[in-house]
Design a binder for this molecule. Structure first.
Ligand code: E9O
Length: 596
């Protein structure tokens, strides 16, 4: 099934089920046997979309099973059409009932899933939609849960709730739930690939339908049109745009592509998509956008805000895009999971370059082969969904397959023996080979990267098109010693460049900084130290023309699990506070990146 963003037009309609739903936690897992999909015994109200954790004290650290329930009356005009239920994001596992019948199950938060529910619907009464969601940190999932009794980032201490990463494991229905009415025979998927020939843009498209459409259609972009002839439900076409405006951060021009199923008289379905004409490629140590080298400036981010948690928060995103422009950033990474679809559309419109990452954070390869096999299956299915969702966004310039995979869990104190370590490195090499091949098969048009961290084996980078590294000399190592930190960083970048000759991006570097804390000379945790640290890193990069990008960790302070390394349950590496006030470092970066 395709994952085209829901649309309302002359042939399609939508109902957004956002609003207050009934909610009940089910720690004993008794709801299904007691038919809670019909009626919840003791519900309270909850907003959708939103995380549940910061709303109710008894749900704050609850990651187990919970029920959502709502009712919806369908418009009579929808009769005779297919009705599709689309869930934008349920973190982590979901099961869906319509009028008492299970219609689908889904694994993996942060990505949408859709299922046709026409058969289950009633037209003469209200329909009951019930969804269970749970976010149990299980070891076979991606991201994996911590080993039993273990967890804790950096081995400082076991965090609570236990995770293999530091951000808070928010749970719930995080994005909209939609009902979509579409024609029985309809456009299910569109794949657009753009290339450049001289001043012309070449737009190649593939259209897939549901219902084995065998008729004709049209593709239109401005006043350029192509005929579509469908066979077994699919058709292809190429549109040439003379003197095209190529999409770039400086001129993020979008064309509207409209695909129509029509016999020339009657229109049976239509769908419009905003596309950018651009190319992205790696040549030697450079990343080329439309044939020109680009350098990324920007951040690693999170989807994180007070009360809403990881729930869709469009005001936050609009503000974040304003601040990205204010500070002169041209890019960010979707650390450490896919962001909302609207946020990708905004990146297209505003000309922001996105490294698009799946939720593969906290992987380690000292765990059993069984676990590695299960995580590989999960990683691949999440990638299939991510690429299906985001393949047509010009802003996505690169796929990222994992953040900071490790040879062994960070909380294991005893080092692995030499042969054990070798085995784990090889297991990781095989894992990433599989993922790389899969991503390339699904989308051969974008570079693919892996984000490595200090101490991670270099072998794992070999497969990938771009070398991305997270480095913390001057913070987690060499704390307080910024001169030495800069030397170590410089030496390592030179070595990596020598070894790989590929583009290098530092995708994380930063220091925890308590807003309002100052010192002279600069000391750790102060605003002065954050500025000095960032200055050293940017200077080292500026002296190395081969560097393809620098992304600061992090854009804003964000909520973490509890632990002695995270004061107040926060990661304070933000350049902005959690409520988006600038720290000194924000002003510093703005000067660096805009010259203002
Ligand atoms: C991942 C990110 O989600 N990278 C972490 C960030 C952090 O602030 C976290 O928020 O902790 C940094 C990992 C640093 C590991 C450094 C090991 C250095 C050993 C010399």
């Amino acid at each position: 099934q395709g994952l085209l963003y829901p649309q309302r037009n002359e042939t399609r309609d939508l109902i957004d089920l956002s609003g207050l739903w009934q909610f009940q936690m089910d720690p004993q897992g008794e709801g299904e046997a007691q038919r809670w999909f019909r009626k919840l015994p003791a519900p309270r109200m909850i907003p959708v979309p939103c995380s549940w954790n910061d709303l109710f004290d008894d749900a704050h650290t609850y990651l187990g099973l919970a029920w959502y329930r709502t009712e919806v009356w369908l418009p009579s005009g929808w009769r005779g059409r297919r009705v599709i239920l689309r869930v934008g994001s349920a973190t982590y596992a979901a099961k869906v009932w319509v009028n008492g019948t299970v219609v689908t199950e889904h694994h993996g938060g942060n990505l949408p899933f859709a299922v046709e529910i026409t058969e289950q619907l009633a037209w003469d009464r209200t329909n009951v939609v019930a969804i269970t969601v749970e976010n149990e940190p299980r070891p076979e999932r991606v991201p994996p849960g911590p080993p039993p009794g273990g967890g804790g980032v950096l081995g400082v201490a076991a965090g609570f709730p236990g995770t293999t990463y530091d951000f808070f494991p928010y749970a719930g229905l995080h994005r909209q739930v939609w009902l979509c009415a579409v024609p029985t025979v309809h456009i299910d998927d569109i794949t657009v690939v753009t290339t450049i020939e001289g001043g012309d843009g070449i737009v190649s498209l593939k259209v897939a339908t549901v219902g084995g459409y065998a008729g004709t259609g049209k593709a239109r972009l401005d006043d350029i049109e192509a005929d579509l002839g469908f066979r077994a439900g699919t058709a292809e076409a190429i549109l040439r745009v003379p003197g095209a405006r190529f999409w770039s951060p400086r001129d993020p021009h979008l064309y509207t592509l409209t695909v129509t199923l029509t016999d020339g008289v009657q229109i049976s379905d239509t769908y419009s998509l905003d596309i950018g004409i651009r190319t992205i490629a790696v040549r030697g140590d450079q990343i080329l956008l439309n044939g020109q080298p680009i350098k990324l400036t920007g951040f690693g981010k999170h989807e994180d805000f007070a009360l809403t948690g990881r729930g869709l928060n469009l005001p936050m995103w609009i503000r974040d895009y304003e601040l990205l422009r204010w500070i002169g950033a041209n890019s960010y990474r979707t650390s450490h999971y896919p962001y909302p679809e609207e946020v990708m559309q905004l990146a297209d419109q505003r000309g922001v370059l996105v490294i698009n990452e799946i939720p593969a954070v906290g992987l380690n390869f000292a765990d059993t082969e069984d676990l590695t096999r299960l995580r590989l299956a999960e990683t691949r299915s999440q990638f299939r969904e991510l690429i299906a969702r985001d393949k047509n966004h010009p802003s996505t310039i690169m796929w990222c397959v994992a953040n900071e995979p490790l040879v062994r869990p960070p909380d294991k104190d005893a080092p692995l023996s030499q042969p054990q370590e070798q085995k784990a490195i090889e297991a990781g090499t095989r894992f990433f080979q599989h993922v790389y091949d899969e991503v390339n098969r699904l989308d051969g048009t974008r570079p693919v990267t892996l984000v490595g961290v200090g101490g991670g084996p270099r072998e794992w980078h070999e497969r990938f098109d771009v070398i991305c590294i997270n480095r913390y000399y001057g913070w987690y190592a060499l704390g307080g010693r910024l001169d030495q930190a800069a030397q170590v960083l410089a030496r390592e970048l030179d070595e990596l460049h020598q070894a790989f000759g590929k583009p290098i991006i530092v995708t994380e570097f930063g220091t925890d900084t308590l807003p309002g804390t100052h010192s002279l000379p600069p000391e750790m945790w102060t605003e002065e130290y954050q500025v000095e640290f960032l200055r050293r890193y940017l200077d080292v990069a500026a002296q190395r023309p081969f560097m393809a990008g620098m992304q600061v960790w992090a854009f804003a302070d964000f909520r973490t699990v509890q632990g002695v390394g995270r004061a107040g349950g926060m990661n304070f590496k933000g350049v902005f506070t959690r409520d988006r006030r600038p720290k000194m470092a924000a002003h510093f970066l703005r000067k660096q990146w805009t010259g203002m």
